[in-house]
Design a protein around this ligand. Structure first.
Ligand code: ATP
Length: 212
């Protein structure tokens, strides 16, 4: 069992009342499974993902994770002045690696860049990359911590349909190879055939899985 959400409820204060963004949701993600999370705007997808990511404490319920979590966001949130390799290594720097220990991680960064189709791009500046390439860097960066769980919030929303398909296929391949439990929030119904499971949120609740 890689990630278990057990009876998660999340409410936000809203003036004198409150909004229930996530309403008693339970979900188990298993290694190697590629899951899409869909639903109308405001249905609670980002809120549920934030709880799964550990970025937001649920109002009630529990989150259990075996291993680490890798996060991929909508806009590739990357520092333009860094090189691509530095952009990956900065995650290790944040984890406390310094000096030689950090330099020894460079081959891992290059290996992940090759995996996402960016072999030889390590010395490029982030500002010199296209949107699709930036999102590939974002994916490689999320893999630096060898996550058991990958969580992606609208990773293709800034991309055209061909690039979106490439990014989803890349995430599907990584999920199968690395055995991560991966959840992708998406609005794009043309991509759903790439997933093992599709779960839909409506008014904060999870609905029956749609046929993928
Ligand atoms: N920080 C917040 N404070 C108050 N209410 C919030 C906050 N964040 C989200 N909400 C409310 O919680 C509900 C769920 O929002 P959420 O962003 O999780 O939905 P979503 O399905 O991800 O929407 P979208 O597809 O538009 O991103 C909405 O009613 C929203 O207005």
């Amino acid at each position: 069992m890689t990630l278990t959400l057990d009876h998660i409820t999340l409410t936000y204060p809203d003036g004198l009342t409150e909004v229930t963004a996530v309403d008693d949701v339970s979900l188990t993600l298993r290694p190697g499974e590629f899951t899409a999370l869909v639903g109308e705007s405001g249905s609670g997808k980002s809120s549920l993902l934030a709880v799964a990511a550990g970025l937001q404490e649920p109002t009630s319920g529990t989150v259990r994770v075996d291993g680490t979590r890798g996060l991929i966001f909508q806009q590739a949130n990357l520092l333009g002045s860094l090189t691509v390799r530095e952009q990956l290594l900065i995650t290790d720097h944040i984890r406390g690696l310094r000096g030689r220990a950090l330099r020894e991680r460079a081959p891992r960064a290059d290996e992940l860049l090759a995996r996402v189709g960016l072999a030889g791009f390590g010395q490029r500046r982030m500002g010199q990359l296209s949107g699709g390439q930036r999102q590939r860097v974002n994916i490689a960066r999320a893999l630096m911590g060898d996550p058991a769980v990958l969580l992606a919030d609208e990773p293709t929303s800034a991309l055209d349909s061909a690039l979106s398909r490439e990014i989803i296929d890349l995430l599907a391949g990584i999920t199968r190879e690395s055995g991560t439990a991966t959840v992708v929030v998406t609005h794009d119904t043309t991509l759903l055939d790439a997933f093992d499971h599709v779960v839909e949120m409506r008014d904060g609740r999870l609905r029956e899985a749609l046929p993928a």
